[in-house]
Design a protein. Structure first.
Length: 209
């Protein structure tokens, strides 16, 4: 246990500028704002590709910073391919041997994201306040069989409304909208509006972007 703890390090703003990226391009940027705690295992990585630009823990004008946490465990990776803003109050946990990939877009305040296998979020995504995204049940219920972890895939230009929850094994097709306060337990086709608990599709062939 002591050896395992010793492999972890807490990063400050200056440290984040030296994290592993795909190349030394000046277009690669990681901006870490106040009240963000970053815990990163020695064998973890943040991979910024192309013209990626990551803002972690930013805030809206005339609001205050909230405590935020980013944990990247052993052999885990966060990959970002475009311009991404993750606002303050976020809790992002990327667990052992898992991959979190985010293309580009905006994630509003108080995101709760837990990645145990794989979560993929596309380009131009809008995620509202207080959204939860999980690819795992974390533990089994009694003797019920089934997979605890199943990947989550959120397509390009998806808009997720506030207070919504996205659960394991879900794919949300490109251009879809998830209404506020929804719980998504099954996949949603492209360009669909899904709402409710559990979420169901109430409109198809929508366009919001």
């Amino acid at each position: 246990m002591i050896g395992s703890i010793a492999k972890w390090r807490q990063l400050n703003v200056r440290d984040t500028l030296r994290m592993r990226t795909r190349s030394g391009s000046l277009h690669h940027r990681i901006h870490v704002y106040p009240d963000v705690f970053v815990g990163m295992h020695d064998q973890a990585a943040i991979d910024l590709g192309g013209r990626a630009d990551l803002h972690l823990g930013c805030r809206w004008h005339l609001t205050r910073y909230l405590p935020s946490q980013l944990k990247i465990a052993d052999n885990a990776c966060i990959s970002v391919s475009g311009h991404l803003k993750v606002f303050t109050g976020c809790f992002i946990f990327v667990n052992e041997d898992s991959l979190l990939h985010i293309g580009s877009g905006s994630i509003n305040m108080r995101l709760s994201l837990s990645c145990h296998e794989g979560i993929t979020i596309g380009e131009g995504v809008r995620i509202s306040e207080n959204v939860t995204i999980r690819d795992s049940d974390n533990h089994r219920l009694g003797h019920v069989d089934g997979e605890m972890h199943r990947p989550v895939r959120i397509g390009d230009r998806v808009w997720i409304g506030m207070n919504s929850t996205i659960l394991k094994g879900v794919t949300i097709g490109a251009g879809s909208v998830i209404g506020a306060n929804s719980v998504v337990t099954r996949s949603v086709p492209e360009r669909s509006l899904a709402v409710g608990v559990p979420a169901r599709v109430i409109r198809s062939e929508i366009s919001w972007w």
